[in-house]
Ligand binder design. Structure first.
Ligand SMILES: Cc1cc2nc3c(=O)[nH]c(=O)nc-3n(C[C@H](O)[C@H](O)[C@H](O)COP(=O)(O)OP(=O)(O)OC[C@H]3O[C@@H](n4cnc5c(N)ncnc54)[C@H](O)[C@@H]3O)c2cc1C
Length: 397
Protein backbone atom coordinates (compact mmCIF):
# COMPACT_ATOMS: atom_id res chain seq x y z
CA UNK A 1 0.00 0.00 0.00
CA UNK A 2 1.12 3.54 -0.71
CA UNK A 3 0.21 7.03 0.36
CA UNK A 4 1.91 10.40 0.41
CA UNK A 5 1.41 11.10 4.11
CA UNK A 6 1.08 8.14 6.46
CA UNK A 7 -0.57 9.32 9.67
CA UNK A 8 -0.18 7.32 12.88
CA UNK A 9 -3.18 7.93 15.16
CA UNK A 10 -6.76 9.16 14.66
CA UNK A 11 -6.90 11.65 17.53
CA UNK A 12 -7.39 15.39 17.03
CA UNK A 13 -3.90 15.82 15.51
CA UNK A 14 -4.18 12.97 12.99
CA UNK A 15 -7.75 13.68 11.90
CA UNK A 16 -7.31 17.45 11.52
CA UNK A 17 -4.10 16.87 9.57
CA UNK A 18 -5.87 14.46 7.23
CA UNK A 19 -8.65 17.04 6.71
CA UNK A 20 -6.29 19.95 5.97
CA UNK A 21 -4.11 17.88 3.63
CA UNK A 22 -7.14 16.69 1.66
CA UNK A 23 -8.22 20.27 1.11
CA UNK A 24 -4.78 21.00 -0.39
CA UNK A 25 -5.10 17.93 -2.62
CA UNK A 26 -2.58 15.84 -0.66
CA UNK A 27 -3.38 12.18 -0.21
CA UNK A 28 -2.99 10.61 3.25
CA UNK A 29 -3.96 7.46 5.15
CA UNK A 30 -4.47 7.00 8.91
CA UNK A 31 -3.43 3.92 10.88
CA UNK A 32 -5.12 3.73 14.32
CA UNK A 33 -4.92 1.04 16.99
CA UNK A 34 -8.34 1.65 18.55
CA UNK A 35 -11.80 1.03 17.12
CA UNK A 36 -13.96 3.90 15.89
CA UNK A 37 -16.40 3.24 18.76
CA UNK A 38 -13.66 3.39 21.40
CA UNK A 39 -12.40 6.73 20.05
CA UNK A 40 -15.88 8.19 19.92
CA UNK A 41 -16.66 7.15 23.51
CA UNK A 42 -13.50 8.32 25.31
CA UNK A 43 -14.28 11.49 27.26
CA UNK A 44 -11.30 13.85 27.52
CA UNK A 45 -10.91 17.52 26.67
CA UNK A 46 -13.67 20.09 26.64
CA UNK A 47 -12.18 23.54 26.14
CA UNK A 48 -11.60 24.67 22.56
CA UNK A 49 -9.74 27.88 21.82
CA UNK A 50 -11.35 30.40 19.52
CA UNK A 51 -8.81 29.57 16.78
CA UNK A 52 -9.60 25.85 16.97
CA UNK A 53 -13.34 26.48 16.59
CA UNK A 54 -12.74 28.95 13.74
CA UNK A 55 -10.59 26.35 11.97
CA UNK A 56 -13.24 23.62 12.36
CA UNK A 57 -15.85 26.02 11.00
CA UNK A 58 -13.68 27.15 8.08
CA UNK A 59 -13.18 23.52 7.08
CA UNK A 60 -16.80 22.44 7.29
CA UNK A 61 -16.67 20.41 10.52
CA UNK A 62 -17.67 23.03 13.10
CA UNK A 63 -21.44 23.26 12.67
CA UNK A 64 -22.29 20.99 15.60
CA UNK A 65 -19.69 22.63 17.86
CA UNK A 66 -21.37 25.94 17.11
CA UNK A 67 -24.91 24.64 17.58
CA UNK A 68 -24.38 22.35 20.58
CA UNK A 69 -21.26 23.77 22.23
CA UNK A 70 -21.29 26.69 24.65
CA UNK A 71 -19.42 29.93 24.01
CA UNK A 72 -17.78 31.28 27.16
CA UNK A 73 -16.62 34.89 27.24
CA UNK A 74 -14.69 34.56 30.49
CA UNK A 75 -13.71 32.40 33.47
CA UNK A 76 -13.92 32.87 37.21
CA UNK A 77 -10.92 32.67 39.51
CA UNK A 78 -12.08 32.01 43.09
CA UNK A 79 -9.85 32.68 46.06
CA UNK A 80 -10.41 33.89 49.60
CA UNK A 81 -14.00 32.67 49.21
CA UNK A 82 -14.83 35.13 46.42
CA UNK A 83 -15.17 34.96 42.65
CA UNK A 84 -13.19 37.25 40.30
CA UNK A 85 -14.14 37.21 36.63
CA UNK A 86 -11.59 37.39 33.82
CA UNK A 87 -13.43 38.95 30.89
CA UNK A 88 -11.95 37.25 27.81
CA UNK A 89 -14.19 39.00 25.30
CA UNK A 90 -13.64 42.44 26.81
CA UNK A 91 -9.88 42.01 27.12
CA UNK A 92 -9.07 40.24 23.87
CA UNK A 93 -12.20 40.14 21.72
CA UNK A 94 -11.88 36.35 21.81
CA UNK A 95 -13.74 33.53 23.55
CA UNK A 96 -13.50 29.80 24.24
CA UNK A 97 -15.96 27.01 23.43
CA UNK A 98 -17.01 24.14 25.64
CA UNK A 99 -17.60 21.19 23.32
CA UNK A 100 -16.38 17.70 24.23
CA UNK A 101 -13.34 16.26 22.46
CA UNK A 102 -15.16 13.01 21.58
CA UNK A 103 -17.84 15.03 19.81
CA UNK A 104 -15.13 16.86 17.82
CA UNK A 105 -13.72 13.45 16.91
CA UNK A 106 -17.15 12.13 15.85
CA UNK A 107 -17.54 15.15 13.56
CA UNK A 108 -14.05 14.73 12.09
CA UNK A 109 -14.30 10.96 11.55
CA UNK A 110 -17.72 11.27 9.89
CA UNK A 111 -16.48 14.05 7.60
CA UNK A 112 -13.27 12.24 6.64
CA UNK A 113 -15.00 8.92 5.91
CA UNK A 114 -17.71 10.70 3.90
CA UNK A 115 -14.97 12.31 1.80
CA UNK A 116 -13.51 8.85 1.09
CA UNK A 117 -10.52 9.01 3.45
CA UNK A 118 -8.93 5.73 4.50
CA UNK A 119 -8.71 5.21 8.27
CA UNK A 120 -7.44 1.77 9.28
CA UNK A 121 -9.04 1.38 12.72
CA UNK A 122 -8.10 -1.53 15.00
CA UNK A 123 -4.55 -1.93 13.67
CA UNK A 124 -2.07 -3.81 15.87
CA UNK A 125 1.72 -4.19 16.05
CA UNK A 126 2.22 -0.75 14.52
CA UNK A 127 5.87 0.09 13.87
CA UNK A 128 7.81 2.59 11.76
CA UNK A 129 10.74 1.77 9.47
CA UNK A 130 13.29 3.74 7.48
CA UNK A 131 12.08 7.12 8.76
CA UNK A 132 15.41 8.76 7.91
CA UNK A 133 15.17 7.57 4.29
CA UNK A 134 13.11 8.94 1.36
CA UNK A 135 10.74 5.97 1.62
CA UNK A 136 9.54 5.52 5.21
CA UNK A 137 7.14 2.69 6.02
CA UNK A 138 4.37 2.14 8.59
CA UNK A 139 3.98 -1.58 9.27
CA UNK A 140 0.93 -2.97 11.02
CA UNK A 141 -1.37 -5.95 11.27
CA UNK A 142 -4.90 -5.22 10.08
CA UNK A 143 -8.13 -6.36 11.76
CA UNK A 144 -8.15 -9.50 9.61
CA UNK A 145 -4.72 -10.48 10.96
CA UNK A 146 -2.83 -9.67 7.73
CA UNK A 147 0.47 -7.80 7.90
CA UNK A 148 0.51 -4.55 5.92
CA UNK A 149 3.39 -2.30 4.83
CA UNK A 150 2.20 1.25 4.12
CA UNK A 151 4.85 3.02 2.03
CA UNK A 152 4.84 6.80 2.43
CA UNK A 153 6.68 9.93 1.34
CA UNK A 154 6.47 11.25 4.89
CA UNK A 155 5.06 10.01 8.19
CA UNK A 156 3.15 12.15 10.68
CA UNK A 157 3.40 10.68 14.19
CA UNK A 158 0.11 11.75 15.81
CA UNK A 159 -0.19 8.83 18.23
CA UNK A 160 -0.62 10.62 21.55
CA UNK A 161 1.33 10.57 24.80
CA UNK A 162 1.72 6.76 24.89
CA UNK A 163 2.56 6.62 21.18
CA UNK A 164 5.44 4.81 19.55
CA UNK A 165 6.48 7.24 16.85
CA UNK A 166 8.80 9.44 18.92
CA UNK A 167 10.89 6.34 19.72
CA UNK A 168 11.93 6.25 16.06
CA UNK A 169 14.08 9.28 16.83
CA UNK A 170 17.37 7.78 18.06
CA UNK A 171 17.97 8.32 21.79
CA UNK A 172 21.25 10.07 21.05
CA UNK A 173 19.47 12.76 19.01
CA UNK A 174 16.37 13.16 21.20
CA UNK A 175 15.91 15.22 24.34
CA UNK A 176 12.95 14.40 26.60
CA UNK A 177 12.05 17.32 28.87
CA UNK A 178 9.85 16.02 31.68
CA UNK A 179 8.29 17.24 34.91
CA UNK A 180 5.89 15.30 37.16
CA UNK A 181 3.81 17.35 39.61
CA UNK A 182 3.40 16.16 43.22
CA UNK A 183 -0.40 16.09 42.87
CA UNK A 184 -3.07 14.74 40.54
CA UNK A 185 -6.64 15.63 39.61
CA UNK A 186 -9.54 13.66 41.00
CA UNK A 187 -12.08 14.02 38.18
CA UNK A 188 -15.78 13.23 38.14
CA UNK A 189 -18.51 13.36 35.52
CA UNK A 190 -21.89 14.27 36.95
CA UNK A 191 -25.43 14.25 35.68
CA UNK A 192 -26.53 17.71 36.78
CA UNK A 193 -27.22 21.17 35.41
CA UNK A 194 -24.42 23.75 35.41
CA UNK A 195 -23.46 25.26 38.75
CA UNK A 196 -22.05 28.44 37.20
CA UNK A 197 -22.36 30.13 33.82
CA UNK A 198 -18.57 29.95 33.21
CA UNK A 199 -15.65 27.75 34.31
CA UNK A 200 -14.59 28.19 37.94
CA UNK A 201 -10.90 27.81 38.90
CA UNK A 202 -10.74 27.71 42.70
CA UNK A 203 -7.76 28.21 45.01
CA UNK A 204 -8.52 27.13 48.58
CA UNK A 205 -6.80 26.11 51.77
CA UNK A 206 -7.60 22.49 50.90
CA UNK A 207 -6.16 22.81 47.39
CA UNK A 208 -7.36 23.45 43.86
CA UNK A 209 -10.76 22.68 42.29
CA UNK A 210 -12.08 23.19 38.76
CA UNK A 211 -15.76 23.35 37.92
CA UNK A 212 -16.16 22.73 34.20
CA UNK A 213 -18.94 21.53 31.94
CA UNK A 214 -19.42 19.16 29.02
CA UNK A 215 -23.08 19.66 28.07
CA UNK A 216 -26.06 21.36 29.74
CA UNK A 217 -26.81 17.99 31.40
CA UNK A 218 -23.26 16.69 32.12
CA UNK A 219 -20.73 18.50 34.30
CA UNK A 220 -16.99 17.88 34.72
CA UNK A 221 -15.45 18.67 38.11
CA UNK A 222 -11.96 18.11 39.44
CA UNK A 223 -10.12 18.60 42.69
CA UNK A 224 -6.43 18.37 43.44
CA UNK A 225 -5.46 15.11 45.17
CA UNK A 226 -2.52 12.84 45.90
CA UNK A 227 -1.41 11.32 42.56
CA UNK A 228 -1.60 7.87 44.19
CA UNK A 229 -5.18 8.39 45.39
CA UNK A 230 -7.58 5.52 44.62
CA UNK A 231 -10.79 7.09 43.29
CA UNK A 232 -12.84 4.05 44.40
CA UNK A 233 -11.95 4.74 48.04
CA UNK A 234 -14.12 7.85 47.98
CA UNK A 235 -17.86 7.80 48.70
CA UNK A 236 -20.03 10.21 46.71
CA UNK A 237 -20.79 12.15 49.90
CA UNK A 238 -17.10 12.61 50.62
CA UNK A 239 -16.43 13.83 47.06
CA UNK A 240 -19.22 16.41 47.28
CA UNK A 241 -18.08 17.62 50.68
CA UNK A 242 -14.54 18.09 49.39
CA UNK A 243 -15.68 19.97 46.30
CA UNK A 244 -18.20 22.14 48.17
CA UNK A 245 -15.56 23.10 50.76
CA UNK A 246 -13.06 24.13 48.09
CA UNK A 247 -15.46 26.46 46.28
CA UNK A 248 -17.30 27.77 49.37
CA UNK A 249 -17.74 31.48 50.14
CA UNK A 250 -20.13 34.27 49.15
CA UNK A 251 -23.00 31.75 49.11
CA UNK A 252 -21.79 29.81 46.04
CA UNK A 253 -22.76 26.10 46.03
CA UNK A 254 -22.39 23.37 43.45
CA UNK A 255 -25.46 21.68 42.08
CA UNK A 256 -24.97 18.01 42.96
CA UNK A 257 -26.09 15.02 40.87
CA UNK A 258 -25.32 11.40 40.03
CA UNK A 259 -21.58 10.77 39.66
CA UNK A 260 -21.22 8.34 36.75
CA UNK A 261 -17.48 8.42 36.13
CA UNK A 262 -14.46 9.05 38.36
CA UNK A 263 -10.71 8.73 38.08
CA UNK A 264 -7.36 10.24 39.04
CA UNK A 265 -5.33 12.03 36.40
CA UNK A 266 -1.55 12.48 36.77
CA UNK A 267 -0.19 15.98 36.17
CA UNK A 268 2.79 16.07 33.86
CA UNK A 269 4.68 18.34 31.52
CA UNK A 270 6.66 16.78 28.67
CA UNK A 271 8.36 18.03 25.51
CA UNK A 272 10.26 15.96 22.96
CA UNK A 273 12.86 17.73 20.86
CA UNK A 274 13.36 17.65 17.95
CA UNK A 275 9.83 17.29 16.57
CA UNK A 276 11.16 16.07 13.21
CA UNK A 277 13.63 13.38 12.31
CA UNK A 278 14.21 12.62 8.63
CA UNK A 279 10.77 12.08 7.09
CA UNK A 280 9.03 11.67 10.46
CA UNK A 281 7.13 14.67 11.86
CA UNK A 282 5.65 14.56 15.37
CA UNK A 283 2.44 16.45 16.19
CA UNK A 284 0.25 16.66 19.28
CA UNK A 285 0.61 14.80 22.56
CA UNK A 286 3.26 12.40 21.26
CA UNK A 287 5.60 15.40 21.17
CA UNK A 288 4.33 17.32 24.19
CA UNK A 289 2.02 16.93 27.15
CA UNK A 290 0.80 19.77 29.34
CA UNK A 291 -1.01 19.64 32.69
CA UNK A 292 -4.70 20.22 31.90
CA UNK A 293 -4.95 23.43 33.99
CA UNK A 294 -4.41 25.61 30.92
CA UNK A 295 -6.70 23.52 28.63
CA UNK A 296 -4.04 23.54 25.93
CA UNK A 297 -3.40 19.92 24.81
CA UNK A 298 -5.95 19.48 22.03
CA UNK A 299 -5.48 23.06 20.91
CA UNK A 300 -1.71 22.60 20.65
CA UNK A 301 -2.25 19.45 18.60
CA UNK A 302 -4.34 21.48 16.14
CA UNK A 303 -1.72 24.28 16.01
CA UNK A 304 1.00 21.72 15.18
CA UNK A 305 -0.87 20.25 12.23
CA UNK A 306 -1.81 23.67 10.81
CA UNK A 307 1.93 24.32 10.61
CA UNK A 308 2.73 20.85 9.32
CA UNK A 309 0.19 21.24 6.52
CA UNK A 310 2.06 24.35 5.31
CA UNK A 311 5.34 22.42 5.33
CA UNK A 312 3.91 19.45 3.45
CA UNK A 313 2.03 21.59 0.94
CA UNK A 314 5.29 23.32 0.00
CA UNK A 315 7.00 19.95 -0.33
CA UNK A 316 4.33 18.29 -2.45
CA UNK A 317 3.72 21.29 -4.73
CA UNK A 318 7.31 22.39 -5.33
CA UNK A 319 9.38 19.36 -4.32
CA UNK A 320 11.24 21.63 -1.91
CA UNK A 321 11.96 20.28 1.56
CA UNK A 322 13.33 23.66 2.69
CA UNK A 323 10.59 24.07 5.32
CA UNK A 324 11.29 20.66 6.90
CA UNK A 325 13.90 22.19 9.20
CA UNK A 326 11.54 25.02 10.22
CA UNK A 327 8.72 22.80 11.44
CA UNK A 328 10.13 21.68 14.80
CA UNK A 329 11.57 25.00 16.02
CA UNK A 330 8.46 26.95 14.92
CA UNK A 331 6.05 24.48 16.57
CA UNK A 332 8.23 24.33 19.70
CA UNK A 333 7.94 28.09 20.25
CA UNK A 334 4.19 27.76 20.80
CA UNK A 335 4.67 24.54 22.76
CA UNK A 336 7.01 26.21 25.24
CA UNK A 337 4.70 29.21 25.64
CA UNK A 338 1.87 26.79 26.36
CA UNK A 339 4.11 24.85 28.75
CA UNK A 340 4.81 28.05 30.62
CA UNK A 341 1.14 29.06 30.74
CA UNK A 342 0.02 25.61 31.91
CA UNK A 343 2.78 25.47 34.54
CA UNK A 344 1.97 29.02 35.69
CA UNK A 345 -1.76 28.34 36.09
CA UNK A 346 -0.94 25.09 37.87
CA UNK A 347 1.56 26.59 40.31
CA UNK A 348 -0.61 29.64 41.02
CA UNK A 349 -3.70 27.59 41.88
CA UNK A 350 -2.49 24.32 43.44
CA UNK A 351 -1.12 23.76 46.93
CA UNK A 352 2.16 21.83 46.86
CA UNK A 353 2.42 19.11 49.56
CA UNK A 354 5.32 21.03 51.17
CA UNK A 355 3.73 24.49 50.81
CA UNK A 356 4.43 26.83 53.71
CA UNK A 357 2.02 29.56 54.89
CA UNK A 358 4.33 31.97 53.04
CA UNK A 359 3.75 30.09 49.77
CA UNK A 360 -0.03 30.19 50.17
CA UNK A 361 -0.05 33.93 50.98
CA UNK A 362 2.22 34.54 47.98
CA UNK A 363 -0.27 32.70 45.72
CA UNK A 364 -3.09 34.92 46.98
CA UNK A 365 -0.92 37.96 46.24
CA UNK A 366 -0.36 36.65 42.72
CA UNK A 367 -4.07 35.97 42.16
CA UNK A 368 -4.87 39.47 43.38
CA UNK A 369 -2.30 40.94 41.00
CA UNK A 370 -3.78 39.01 38.07
CA UNK A 371 -7.41 39.79 38.81
CA UNK A 372 -6.99 43.44 39.84
CA UNK A 373 -4.72 44.47 37.00
CA UNK A 374 -5.87 44.83 33.40
CA UNK A 375 -2.42 43.83 32.18
CA UNK A 376 -2.40 40.73 34.42
CA UNK A 377 -5.90 39.68 33.39
CA UNK A 378 -5.14 40.35 29.73
CA UNK A 379 -2.15 37.98 29.76
CA UNK A 380 -4.31 35.20 31.18
CA UNK A 381 -7.11 35.96 28.71
CA UNK A 382 -4.76 36.03 25.69
CA UNK A 383 -3.08 32.79 26.60
CA UNK A 384 -6.28 30.98 27.56
CA UNK A 385 -8.22 31.92 24.42
CA UNK A 386 -5.16 31.04 22.32
CA UNK A 387 -2.50 32.82 20.34
CA UNK A 388 -2.82 33.13 16.54
CA UNK A 389 -1.57 30.09 14.60
CA UNK A 390 2.00 30.35 13.32
CA UNK A 391 2.20 29.79 9.54
CA UNK A 392 5.05 28.92 7.19
CA UNK A 393 5.49 29.41 3.47
CA UNK A 394 3.29 31.68 1.35
CA UNK A 395 0.80 32.21 4.20
CA UNK A 396 3.45 32.91 6.80
CA UNK A 397 7.05 33.94 7.23
C1 LIG B 1 -9.10 14.52 31.39
C2 LIG B 1 -8.48 15.34 30.31
C3 LIG B 1 -8.94 16.64 30.07
C4 LIG B 1 -8.38 17.41 29.07
N1 LIG B 1 -8.88 18.69 28.84
C5 LIG B 1 -8.40 19.41 27.81
C6 LIG B 1 -9.00 20.66 27.43
O1 LIG B 1 -9.96 21.10 28.04
N2 LIG B 1 -8.49 21.33 26.35
C7 LIG B 1 -7.45 20.83 25.63
O2 LIG B 1 -7.00 21.48 24.66
N3 LIG B 1 -6.86 19.64 25.93
C8 LIG B 1 -7.33 18.90 26.99
N4 LIG B 1 -6.82 17.66 27.25
C9 LIG B 1 -5.72 17.14 26.40
C10 LIG B 1 -6.24 16.54 25.10
O3 LIG B 1 -7.20 15.54 25.36
C11 LIG B 1 -5.05 15.97 24.32
O4 LIG B 1 -4.03 16.93 24.29
C12 LIG B 1 -5.42 15.58 22.88
O5 LIG B 1 -6.20 14.41 22.88
C13 LIG B 1 -4.16 15.34 22.05
O6 LIG B 1 -4.52 14.92 20.77
P1 LIG B 1 -3.54 13.96 19.94
O7 LIG B 1 -4.23 13.74 18.65
O8 LIG B 1 -2.18 14.50 19.96
O9 LIG B 1 -3.47 12.62 20.80
P2 LIG B 1 -4.61 11.59 21.21
O10 LIG B 1 -5.92 12.25 21.38
O11 LIG B 1 -4.06 10.80 22.35
O12 LIG B 1 -4.75 10.65 19.94
C14 LIG B 1 -3.74 9.72 19.59
C15 LIG B 1 -4.38 8.56 18.86
O13 LIG B 1 -3.32 7.67 18.46
C16 LIG B 1 -3.71 6.33 18.72
N5 LIG B 1 -2.49 5.54 18.90
C17 LIG B 1 -1.73 5.40 20.01
N6 LIG B 1 -0.69 4.58 19.76
C18 LIG B 1 -0.80 4.21 18.47
C19 LIG B 1 -0.01 3.37 17.63
N7 LIG B 1 1.08 2.75 18.09
N8 LIG B 1 -0.39 3.19 16.36
C20 LIG B 1 -1.51 3.82 15.88
N9 LIG B 1 -2.30 4.61 16.64
C21 LIG B 1 -1.95 4.81 17.91
C22 LIG B 1 -4.56 6.43 19.97
O14 LIG B 1 -5.42 5.32 20.07
C23 LIG B 1 -5.31 7.74 19.74
O15 LIG B 1 -6.54 7.56 19.08
C24 LIG B 1 -7.34 16.88 28.28
C25 LIG B 1 -6.88 15.57 28.50
C26 LIG B 1 -7.43 14.81 29.50
C27 LIG B 1 -6.93 13.39 29.71
Amino acid sequence: MRTRVGIVGAGPAGLVLSLLLAERGIDSMIVETRSRAAIEETIRAGVLEQGTVDLLLDHGVGARALAEGAKHDGVELRFGGQGHRIDFAGLTGRSIWLYPQHEVLKDLIAARLKAGAVIRFGASDVSLRDVASDAPVISFVDTGGSPVDLRCDVIAGCDGSAGISRHSIPDAGRVDFFRAYPFGWFGILVEAPRSAPELVYAHSERGFALISTRTPEVQRMYFQCDPEENADDWSDDRIWEELQTRVAGDGFRLTEGRIFQRGVLPMRSYVCEPMRYGRLFLAGDVAHTVPPTGAKGLNLAVADVVLLTDVLERYFTSGSSELFDDYGPTAARRVWRAQHFSWWMTSMLHTAPDASPFDVRRQIGELESVTSSTAGSAYLAEAYTGWPFARLGPRGG
